[in-house]
Ligand binder design. Structure first.
Ligand code: P71
Length: 460
């Protein structure tokens, strides 16, 4: 039975932003106009927006105050040096290269490292990372442990990379074809699951044997470090900062989307040790992002990132953050709503095929659930299932569906209160009771790449 209480927010609210509930008939019209695609709904018409935790955080008074100290000099702004010092303190690599967001960091790193015919292993590549590897004619390979694909298996570090799979893969392809190995912490595509220090250490050993650099996709590194403190033996008494420093000590660099654990609305960076590679990346940066001390950001943005990186390591914040997501998971679990377990660091993932067993995969149960959730309660979530990830078999032309049919409820940082989450849980519990009313969908129009953003659908 229920043992979790709503976590107490370790902040009070100084500024508020109004959100408005729409009427049911209005939402019906909006859905129709949007082609039954929640990406096409104006955000003002959403009551609780759980589409993503990326770039949606509330900044603190300290971060807002930092914006006023923005030094908008073209080169050498003081805020760059603050950011550089902060990143070096946590990540402990020699070079810090700002970028406008995570995918720019990925593109620039891969331009420097990855060639046609190469392979890049990862626990699970996030979609932008995969796309940025594959656009270079290389292959992105997912080597997460098998447990990650079973939504019922409880494992403390379900994001771990499978070390045996990695060894065999390197043997098969040869280290020359593998310019880097990546680890995504936490593993977003596998349910926001953490990676253990033990696993990072073992992966690093294998990489070192073959002289392959190990890089982190570090978007949610603080949430990952907090899970380590709570779940991994020997780390209970270490600070989250010390744990983060230890993780990064086993690699050669990282890409970061600051829109997640740096608690800002825009920004990113690359950080690494290799001098020669850093020079190469900086010359790429100047071509498209900007000079090496701002990388496509304003001075004030750099300051907000630096301050956000300091705040995200405050342990009362992380305790509240992880517990808030777990709290929503528990409310749903108690209502019998099928969810992926354990609950991740930034989101609760619904098992849409179990929620809507009467809708076959080719009628997109995950997508149908996002439509129903908006219709019933003005809540926006995102499908991570058949629409986002199905691909056509090259020979037969048949659609092959991904292993999991998920709907992600991503929780923006410091934005919603426990009452908001209770509203979400209640709406989902009601919807679950009336689930047989939810209908499947048919595709009306789709584009060739990343079809989920623009697809238009029709209800059956
Ligand atoms: C998320 C996002 C943002 C997103 C991206 C694409 C479609 C829908 C939503 C972004 C990530 C991420 C990881 C592990 C790199 C990026 C790219 N996640 N790695 O989860 O989760 O960062 O958005 O700053 O370019 O909603 P970027």
């Amino acid at each position: 039975m229920s043992n979790l209480k709503a976590p107490v927010e370790p902040f009070r609210i100084k500024t508020v932003e109004r959100i408005k509930m729409t009427g049911r008939r209005e939402r019906e019209n909006i859905l129709q106009k949007a082609g039954y695609n929640v990406f096409n709904i104006p955000a003002e018409k959403v009551f609780i927006d759980l589409l993503t935790d990326s770039g949606t955080a509330a900044m603190s008074d300290n971060q807002w105050a930092g914006l006023m100290t923005g030094d908008e000099s073209y080169a050498g702004a003081k805020n760059f040096f603050h950011l550089e010092a902060t990143v070096k303190n946590i990540f402990c690599f020699k070079h810090v290269i700002p970028t406008h967001q995570g995918r720019a960091a990925e593109r620039i790193l891969f331009e420097g490292l990855v060639k046609k015919g190469d392979f890049v292993p990862n626990n699970i590549h996030f979609d932008t990372t995969r796309a940025n590897v594959e656009v270079r004619g290389a292959r992105a390979v997912d080597l997460v442990i098998d447990e990650a694909y079973d939504p019922d298996t409880i494992h403390p570090f379900k994001g771990n990379l499978d070390v045996d799979k990695l060894k065999k893969f390197i043997e098969k392809k040869g280290p020359k074809k593998i310019p880097l190995v990546m680890m995504t912490i936490t593993n977003n595509s596998g349910g926001g699951q953490p990676v253990s220090v033990k696993n990072v250490k073992e992966v690093n050993q294998v990489c070192q044997q073959h002289k392959i650099p190990l890089f982190f996709d570090a978007c949610r590194f603080a949430e990952n470090a907090y899970f380590i403190k709570k779940r991994e033996k020997g780390f209970e008494k270490k600070s989250v900062l010390e744990i983060a420093q230890e993780i990064f000590s086993y690699g050669q660099g990282a890409t970061m989307s600051a829109k997640k654990d740096a608690l800002v609305n825009i920004g990113g960076f690359i950080t690494l040790d290799d001098d020669q590679l850093a020079e190469k990346l900086k010359s790429q940066l100047v071509l498209s992002e900007g000079f090496t001390t701002y990388g496509g950001l304003a001075g004030r943005d750099l300051e907000a990132i630096a301050r956000g990186l300091e705040e995200v390591l405050e342990e009362d914040y992380l305790e509240y953050r992880i517990n808030q997501v777990a709290y929503l998971g528990q409310l749903l679990d108690e209502a019998g709503v099928p969810i992926l377990r354990p609950v991740g660091g930034h989101a609760v993932y619904l098992l849409a095929d179990r929620f809507l067993p009467h809708i076959p995969r080719h009628q997109f149960p995950g997508w149908a659930l996002t439509v129903a959730l908006y219709r019933e309660a003005g809540i926006r979530a995102v499908e991570i299932g058949g629409v986002m990830f199905a691909h056509k078999d090259e020979k037969t032309g048949q659609e092959i569906f991904p292993a999991l049919e998920l709907v992600r409820l991503a929780i923006p940082r410091r934005v919603y209160t426990s009452a908001h989450l209770e509203y979400v849980a209640e709406a989902l519990a009601n919807l679950y009771k009336n689930r047989e009313r939810v209908r499947g969908l048919r595709i009306v129009r789709e584009s060739q790449y990343l079809r989920h953003f623009t697809i238009r659908m029709e209800e059956l």
